[in-house]
Write a protein that binds this ligand. Structure first.
Ligand SMILES: Cc1cc2nc3c(=O)[nH]c(=O)nc-3n(C[C@H](O)[C@H](O)[C@H](O)COP(=O)(O)OP(=O)(O)OC[C@H]3O[C@@H](n4cnc5c(N)ncnc54)[C@H](O)[C@@H]3O)c2cc1C
Length: 484
């Protein structure tokens, strides 16, 4: 694992990073993923996959369980409008299930996943040298620490070499691994975060250093209640039912043929050190510390900052559509993710608790007859503007490459499609072509989402969104299928 043997080093093991790694491996390239969190990783997400995203997953050999989606439905207190998908179905899929399915495929191809954080990068004409701060190595199979050889460890991590790197692209000195973790985390909360969000935040990030899959499962356990749990939460605690298809206690199981490669990587790369590769893909999420360190971020602009909060409820889905409820200052998204579970994501620029936001949607509250079964997770601000997605030998993927809003809900699909384009650009020897490919793939999403957000800033046009979708069903359906 030394020298120039790694073709592509991927920082970040979310959907974008894992899809990039899978595309690279399937193209015959050597690839290593660096990700600090153990599988299955959860995240604030609406969890609706567009048909194009489902097709991209299937092309990679990834088949997560979930709930088929027939289209998008817009609702206001008086009416609704449906836009069915034309070609095929989408998929409502819990993030934990999506991540587990991606990781299983990664393992089956023998792609090493190193548990750690990328903390810096320097590049020359031949490749990139990437600093990695290792988390204590843990076997993904057993959850127990992997034994490491200190001599081998030392050979890979020369502290003097690291210390003498005076590289402008090295992450700031004050970005120690813990700070970096906070900055890297798409769920890092804004200063005005409300107590409920802070509770959800604290709940997830106070994992012990040796966090293993069981710990993660415990944190995602519906019975693990936040301290402020009210009677509604306690009902969840008493509820013995389980989703037969996709649960929040889903366990990551490593196929036997992939185990050796992953454990070898964990042992070989244990400790802080550097990895050399031909290319670095920064797939480190919305807040992307690599994008920031490389100076690729642009100011977000003057539009209000929007955040997303999500939670799941134990209730049988009442529809095969993703439902989007429009209120004056927020939207609520309902995505069926299992036979007995729906996810509800709320998007807004207003500072309120999740429960306060839900009061803006009385018709939806009537539907949520079952108890909440996950804690509230938040993400944002969502809008991220990027100067360029290619910077020498570093390429940005997924949310790190730029993001408008979750309003039209296709971030994962975009991540999957652009991961394919990224690897195609490397294979063709024209990495710079990736930037144009990304702009082309994301254009419909960027245009439509920006138009909707502009409309949202004014109460009167906002009130016309659902009536307009109902009056012009062909336009609504065409718009949804442009994104699908
Ligand atoms: C409220 C909300 C609702 C949404 N709804 C939908 C929806 O319905 N459908 C849809 O398709 N999309 C939706 N999205 C968007 C979707 O969640 C994202 O587009 C998607 O998660 C992007 O994947 P990613 O891999 O780029 O980032 P992430 O999933 O955030 O993964 C980034 C990974 O990088 C890791 N990382 C961070 N720093 C480092 C580092 N220094 N070194 C190594 N690794 C690092 C993190 O641990 C993380 O695992 C929604 C988003 C929000 C906020």
């Amino acid at each position: 694992m030394t020298g120039d043997v790694i073709d592509v080093l991927v920082a970040g093991g979310g959907p974008a990073g894992l899809a990039t790694a899978l595309n690279a491996a399937l193209a015959g390239m050597t690839v290593v993923v660096v990700e600090p969190r153990l599988a299955p990783v959860d995240k604030a997400c609406g969890e609706g996959l567009m048909p194009s995203g489902v097709a991209a997953l299937h092309a990679l050999g990834v088949h997560p369980p979930g709930h088929p989606l027939r289209g998008i439905r817009y609702l206001d207190p008086h009416r609704h409008a449906d836009a069915p998908f034309r070609a095929t179905t989408g998929l409502g899929v819990r993030r934990t299930c999506l991540h587990a399915a991606l990781m299983a495929r990664v393992a089956s191809l023998g792609i090493p996943v190193v548990q750690g954080k990328v903390t810096g990068v320097r590049q020359d004409s031949e490749g990139v040298e990437v600093s990695v701060h290792m988390s204590p190595p843990v076997s993904p199979m057993s959850g127990t620490p992997v034994r490491t050889d200190p001599k081998r460890h030392a050979a890979h991590a020369d502290p003097k070499r690291l210390a003498t790197h005076a590289d402008p692209h090295h992450l700031p000195a004050h970005a120690d691994p813990e700070n970096l973790a906070a900055h890297a985390d798409p769920h890092h909360l804004p200063p005005h975060a409300d107590p409920e969000r802070l509770a959800a935040h604290a709940d997830r990030h106070h994992l012990p250093a040796h966090a293993d899959p069981e710990n993660l499962a415990a944190h995602a356990d519906p019975h693990h209640l936040p301290p402020h749990a009210g009677p509604h939460h306690r009902a969840a605690h008493a509820d013995p039912r389980r989703s037969p298809v996709c649960t929040d206690t889903v366990r990551f199981t490593m196929p036997s043929d992939g185990t050796a490669a992953v454990e070898l990587a964990a042992a070989d790369l244990a400790g802080d050190g550097t990895l050399r590769a031909r290319w670095l893909v920064a797939a480190d999420g919305l807040r992307s510390p690599l994008r920031e360190a490389l100076g690729l971020a642009l100011p977000a602009g003057t539009a209000p900052r929007r955040y997303g909060l999500r939670r799941h409820f134990r209730v049988a889905p009442w529809t095969d559509f993703v439902e989007v409820y429009w209120a004056e200052r927020s939207e609520a998204y309902v995505t069926p993710v299992a036979e007995d579970m729906v996810g509800v994501a709320v998007l807004s620029s207003e500072r309120r608790t999740y429960d306060e936001h839900l009061t803006a949607f009385p018709a939806l509250l009537d539907r949520l007859t079952g108890p909440p079964v996950t804690s509230v997770r938040g993400a944002g601000p969502m809008r991220r503007r990027v100067r360029s997605r290619v910077h020498g030998r570093v390429l940005l993927a997924g949310d790190a490459a730029g993001y408008v809003d979750a309003l039209t809900g296709e971030g994962v699909s975009l991540a999957l499609l652009s991961a394919e384009a990224l690897i195609a650009s490397l294979r063709s020897g024209r990495p710079e072509s990736y930037d144009r490919a990304w702009l082309r793939i994301s254009r419909p999403h960027r245009l439509l989402t920006t138009a909707l957000l502009t409309t949202r800033r004014h109460p009167t046009p906002t009130r016309l969104i659902v009536p307009a979708a109902r009056t012009f069903p062909h336009v609504f359906t065409a718009a949804v299928n442009t994104l699908a």
